[in-house]
Each structure stands twice: as structure tokens, then as C-alpha cells.
Design a protein around this ligand. Structure first.
Ligand code: NIG
Ligand code: FE
Length: 445
């Protein structure tokens, strides 16, 4: 065979490889995007956004984006030379190269929300308590009267794993439909070994659906079951010596959580749970300072928690403590809204140059909504965050609070194409402004 012929064959074989690659690869092109939001070039790639930088949101106007097998492989301005490169020369080439083309004229494309704090798996709603609170009882009083978490635990005891899974799937689908592209889900309504494992196994089954990335938190230290009301150490021993080894054995959890709060788990009790969790390879991520300035922030930071969540009650000391740590402050304005409590001091945290995160806390008692667009509205109207700050808090900072900032949270080459395409809306600010309306048209996960 002559050299020229060999070359020819080589070219043909390369071309066949190329065509095969095109055929086997799922390629999606989004064009005419009004604004591509939260873009990042490799060079300026960041893990999270701090303090006043949160008011900056890098965007590209009139943009395109290309997805290959679920990964962002190209994006840029439609007006530059990149357009030619990315879109090809003719409609024919376009049709041949992409499995789907989406015309996003008038629409925004942004990373999906990362909801880093939920109790999505629960057996029943609790609107009876909602009415009790309307009539004057506080959340703590309802809990002390056997309602609250114990009420959910009663319902958890009588439901099968399959039933619980069947109830949870539509809840997950609803969150996705509203723009959530990654989520954390806690146990904590079981409060005994079998029921805690049941919840965690349901979370694992949700993970296995592979709809969106899910992280699981083990939260047996959510409330003391009635039979351990006077025997706290007995319940702590049960968590540490019986539940945790089984959770770890089955690889059911990523995080160890505790409700560090007066009337729930003291600082010392929280500490026991966190230390045991760490020994089993779990990362602390705790409920802190919701109802009182409980010392939860300090104990979380001391144990290098990835985040401390809630933070309705805090002062200068707690802010200093967070500044000297890698622990992220996760604010849950939906719970403060629903319980009509003080909102979290987001401005003070931002002024202190902290990377604020907003999450939903979706649960049947203190926030029966997983709608992250609404959480952004609360962040803006009640926590006085700007829309840019709110978007940073639910995208890149949310991803960081689940250790997922390398794969999610921004429009970046190589990251997952986990995207919200909005309806045609007048501005980005319109999303939190037009509260309780649905600005999300399509979610690609
Ligand atoms: O994060 N604060 C503790 N746990 C949940 C509420 C649990 C419930 O009331 O069911 C929360 O708000
Ligand atoms: Fe919570």
C-alpha cells in the first residue's frame, strides 16, 4: 500500500470515528439566550463567593451554550466569532450535529438551585399544628406538647419503606420542576434504629433514581423520643453505639447532623454525636441557633462542620467564630417566614465577608415548601439581600455547602449541565420580584 493510500484510509477512519462520536454523543445547543447567568471561565474559577462580592454576578448577554452528554462543553456570545465555530455554517450542519436545539429568545439560562438543607422525606403533613400556631401557640410549645418532630416520628413509625419512597418521589420531582438541581435530605423523623434506617434507605433509593445529585444527612439527634425524655444519655448511646455503626456499614449517610437547641440537644450532647459521626467518616452539618443563641455555631465550627444552618439568633461572637473557619452559614428564611420568627441577619454576615448560603429547610413543621425561587424572594424582601446576592447564595455557594462546587453551581466548561431555562421575563431580578409565580420554564438536569 502506498503512503498516500494509507493517509487516505487514515483520514476516512478518523472521519468515521468522528461521525460515530457524533452519533453516540447526546448534543444539545441552546441559542439566543437573553442572558447566560453565573458564568465562569476556568481561569477565574471560584469555589464560593464571599461577602460583598456576592453582589456581582458574571453574565453573558445574547449567548449560546452547548451540552454534550450532560456536560457543558462550550458557551459564549452569539455576536462574536465563537458563533460561527459553535453553530456551524448552515441549518443543515446544525440539524445534523445536535440532537436538540433550543431557542431561548427572551429567556435567561442559569445554573439550577442547590438546596443544601431539606427534610424532604417525611410521612405526613402537619397542618393541624399550623392551625394551633395561628391560634397562638409557639413552635416550641407545640413541640413540648408532643407535636412537632415527635408527631412526624409517630407517622414515620407506621409507614412502610415502599410507601415512604412512593410519597417522596413526587416531592423530589416537584423540587426539580421548580429549579432544584441538587439536594440534601435528612433522616430525623425515625428516632429509633429501624425507622432512621428506613428513612436513610429511602434517601438512598432516591439517589439511585439518578435524577439529581443527592446528599444524605443522619439526624437521629433531631429530638428526644418520649421514652428517653429523662434519659438523654440512653438515647445518645443508642445513636452512637447502635444506629451509627449500621448507618456507616450500609454507607447510608454523607453528613452527621444534630438539632443543637434548648429543649433539644445541648452543646455537650451535640458534641458527642458529632464526634461519633466523625469517627465513622461522616462530615458534621448541623442545625444551630434557630430558636436561641444556643452555642451551636461554636460547636459546629469546633468540629469543622461544612455548614451551620438556620442562624436566626446570633451575635458578634458567632460572626467572629464563622470568620475564623471554613464553615458556611446556611440561612433558612422559609422556616422564619412560616414560624413568623426573626429573620436571619444576612446583611451582617455579608458585611463580615462570609459566603452566605440560602436553602429551603423543606419539612412538614417549619417550612412546607421546597420552592427555591420563593426562598430567594424571602432572601430579598426579608433578609435584604440583593437579587445578585440571592442568586449566588443558591447556586455556587449552595453547591459549596454540599462540597459540589467542582461539578455544579455555575456555568463553567466541564461542569454538569444542570440548568434552569426561565420563561421569557423582563429581567433577572424579576425572578425574586414576581414571588409565588413560576418563572422557571424548563429544568435540564
Ligand atoms: O429545620 N429545627 C429543626 N428541624 C426542622 C423542623 C422539623 C419539624 O418541625 O418537623 C427545621 O426547622
Ligand atoms: Fe432543618
Amino acid at each position: 500500500m502506498t503512503f498516500a493510500k494509507t493517509m487516505n484510509l487514515k483520514n476516512i477512519s478518523e472521519r468515521i470515528q468522528e461521525l460515530l462520536h457524533l452519533r453516540l454523543t447526546m448534543r444539545t445547543l441552546i441559542t439566543n439566550i437573553k442572558k447566560l447567568v453565573q458564568v465562569e471561565t476556568q481561569a477565574e474559577r471560584k469555589d464560593k463567593v464571599f461577602g460583598h462580592d456576592m453582589d456581582t454576578l458574571p453574565c453573558i448577554e445574547k449567548a449560546f451554550l452547548i451540552i454534550e452528554d450532560g456536560v457543558i462543553v462550550d458557551f459564549g456570545s452569539m455576536d462574536l466569532g465563537t458563533r460561527q465555530k459553535a453553530l456551524g455554517d448552515s441549518a443543515d450542519v446544525l440539524a445534523a450535529s445536535y440532537d436538540e436545539t433550543i431557542d431561548a429568545t427572551g429567556k435567561y439560562v442559569m445554573p439550577t438551585y442547590v438546596d443544601s438543607h431539606t427534610h424532604l422525606v417525611h410521612a405526613a403533613s402537619r397542618e393541624d399544628e399550623f392551625v394551633m400556631r395561628i391560634k397562638g401557640m409557639s413552635y416550641a410549645e407545640v413541640a413540648a406538647a408532643g407535636g412537632g418532630i415527635l408527631n412526624s416520628a409517630k407517622k414515620m413509625a407506621s409507614i412502610s419503606e415502599d410507601e415512604l419512597f412512593d410519597l417522596s418521589v413526587p416531592k423530589l420531582e416537584e423540587a426539580i420542576k421548580n429549579g432544584t438541581g441538587a439536594i440534601e435530605i435528612k433522616s430525623g423523623y425515625g428516632l429509633n434504629t429501624e425507622a432512621e434506617l428506613k428513612m436513610l434507605r429511602v434517601i438512598r433509593r432516591l439517589k439511585e433514581l439518578k435524577r439529581i445529585p443527592i446528599k444524605a444527612s443522619f439526624l437521629a439527634a433531631h429530638a428526644y423520643p418520649l421514652e428517653y425524655k429523662e434519659n438523654h444519655q440512653g438515647y445518645l448511646d443508642l445513636i452512637i453505639n447502635e444506629m451509627l455503626p449500621r448507618v456507616a456499614d450500609e454507607g447510608l449517610a454523607d453528613y452527621i447532623d444534630a438539632f443543637c437547641e434548648q429543649g433539644f440537644f445541648s452543646v455537650e450532647e451535640t458534641e458527642q454525636v458529632l464526634e461519633a459521626g466523625i469517627k465513622h467518616g461522616l462530615i458534621p452539618k448541623i442545625h444551630a441557633n434557630q430558636l436561641h443563641n444556643s452555642g451551636g455555631i461554636q460547636v459546629g465550627v469546633k468540629h469543622n462542620a461544612i455548614s451551620v444552618d438556620h442562624l436566626e439568633s446570633l451575635g458578634e461572637k458567632e460572626i467572629k467564630c464563622l470568620q475564623n473557619s471554613n464553615t458556611l452559614p446556611v440561612l433558612l428564611p422559609g422556616a422564619a417566614f412560616f414560624l413568623a420568627m426573626n429573620y436571619q441577619p444576612a446583611r451582617a454576615l455579608i458585611d463580615a465577608n462570609l459566603p452566605v448560603v440560602i436553602a429551603s429547610d423543606y419539612n412538614p413543621g417549619s417550612c412546607p415548601s421546597s420552592n427555591m425561587s420563593f426562598m430567594m424572594s424571602l432572601a430579598c424582601t426579608q433578609l435584604k439581600m440583593t437579587p445578585n446576592e440571592a442568586i449566588n447564595s443558591v447556586t455556587i455557594n449552595g453547591a459549596a455547602s454540599l462540597g459540589m462546587q467542582k461539578e455544579l453551581g455555575s456555568i463553567c466548561l466541564g461542569k454538569k449541565a444542570s440548568l434552569i431555562i426561565t420563561k421569557a421575563i423582563p429581567s433577572l431580578e424579576y425572578i425574586p420580584y414576581h414571588y409565588a409565580h413560576d418563572c422557571v420554564e424548563r429544568v435540564i438536569v
